[in-house]
Write a protein that binds this ligand. Structure first.
Ligand SMILES: [Zn+2]
Ligand SMILES: [Zn+2]
Length: 153
């Protein structure tokens, strides 16, 4: 039996431990994009403690409930940048909730304090994806939906 290390949910193609897992373990994310990717992975893995810890104190919610109904399928970073201690990332995240597929698009703002980036806020826009079972799977695998994430749905 071969041992397969889990791939990072952020889609980098790297093993989790060498990608976002380092930041989940406490290493500071070097860029707003790295922090954003690690937060996406934390949503996918339901790491609510990490989500709260990487949230800026001024906008952080008091608590965050795990969300087992949403399955995060794909992350696309459309644009990212930083200027001094301010950063922003424009991304699109594809998810599935039961039989429904959706995409969340957001321009997030980040702020660096004492050498660490924090998520500040963003304006998410969620759209429902209408995908036929014979069409390309929204997860980006290149396979048809019925042969990929839509299997057994
Ligand atoms: Zn990652
Ligand atoms: Zn798929």
């Amino acid at each position: 039996m071969t041992h397969v290390r889990p791939a990072c949910p952020c889609g980098s193609g790297q093993p989790l431990a060498r990608c976002c897992g380092r930041f989940h373990a406490g290493e500071p994310a070097p860029t707003p994009e790295a922090l954003m990717r690690s937060r996406y992975s934390a949503f996918a893995l339901d790491l609510t403690d990490y989500l709260l810890a990487s949230w800026h104190a001024s906008t952080r919610p008091a608590e965050l409930a795990p969300d087992p109904t949403t399955r995060w399928l794909r992350l696309e970073v459309l644009e990212s940048g930083e200027e001094g201690d301010d950063g922003q990332v424009h991304f699109r995240a594809t998810f599935r909730e039961g039989r429904r597929f959706g995409a969340l698009e957001e321009r997030s703002r980040f702020r660096r304090e004492a050498g660490r980036w924090y998520y500040l806020d963003g304006s998410p826009r969620v759209t429902r994806l209408r995908t036929g079972r014979n069409e390309a799977c929204p997860c980006g695998s290149g396979r048809k939906l019925k042969a990929c994430c839509g299997r057994g749905v």
